[in-house]
Design a protein around this ligand. Sequence first.
Ligand SMILES: Cc1cc2nc3c(=O)[nH]c(=O)nc-3n(C[C@H](O)[C@H](O)[C@H](O)COP(=O)(O)OP(=O)(O)OC[C@H]3O[C@@H](n4cnc5c(N)ncnc54)[C@H](O)[C@@H]3O)c2cc1C
Length: 268
Amino acid sequence: MKKNLSHHAYLVQIHDMIDLSPSLRRLVVYSPDLAQYPFQFNGAHIKIFLACPSQRQPQLPQFSNHGFHWTDPVNKPIVRTYTLRDYDAQTCTISIDFVKHGYSGPASVFAQKAQFGDLLGISSPGGPTPMLKPAARYLFVADITALPAVQALLADIHSAAEGDVILLLPQADDLPATLPLPARMRLHPFYGHLSQIPLLVNSVASLSPLGKNDFAWVAGEASLVLPIRAILREQWQLPPQRHYAVPYWRQGENEESYHATRHQYIDT
Ligand SMILES: Cc1cc2nc3c(=O)[nH]c(=O)nc-3n(C[C@H](O)[C@H](O)[C@H](O)COP(=O)(O)OP(=O)(O)OC[C@H]3O[C@@H](n4cnc5c(N)ncnc54)[C@H](O)[C@@H]3O)c2cc1C
């Protein structure tokens, strides 16, 4: 899959905060510059840049062919990866859905405390383009950090698609009232925390294998993604170009400590 390098950053302000469910909070961000945002599709990866504690406004990165760097490295912001949930060129807004996972992570804290007018940076979209390959049958497996991407990607899928959507959500109220599910795709929600992962893995293993014209999209905590990628690759012999399997986070590690391991895993 072709990868885009994030190549521009925008200073945006909080325009709205919407509590979508007990665990998810949407921040709608605004800048007039977003009228020219290089949007490709909802569900793309984006970086967010959060001001360090002494600052109100985050420093934005400089971009080069090797990624981004900082003019003032001492005061570099906190960088996190999120999902472009929705882009609206008319209103110059972007929506990002944050998991409220407590007060140990700066991004979760930022989402929970966000006030109108607060400033943050966001990058132009990145990640594989396209993220989904055309397919007759799809398999989606996601925890709640990847629910925003699943919702965005399902909204763009063709209506005759078949397949399965397997979700791990903290509680039943985290399941959106409406999911843009094509008629022939089945939803399998599981509720609870990481202890439920073996049940999800078993439910994937019990499906009929995907073939080389199908596509699997898997994201969430590392101990969910790793065994499912093993099923896809080793048991089902699904070629790498027919699946996306990205560990979005790892329990006990923050983004700084997990970032390099994630990229090594994706690159294999
Ligand atoms: C491509 C991509 C897209 C993503 N899209 C989204 C998205 O749209 N929405 C979203 O909420 N997240 C998304 N994530 C996951 C998000 O980047 C991580 O959860 C990130 O660690 C959150 O940063 P933080 O500052 O809150 O916590 P960190 O400072 O990174 O971590 C602090 C502590 O919290 C734990 N932790 C981190 N995330 C969670 C969690 N979800 N539940 C419980 N404990 C956690 C860590 O293990 C660590 O112990 C995405 C990740 C990737 C790679």
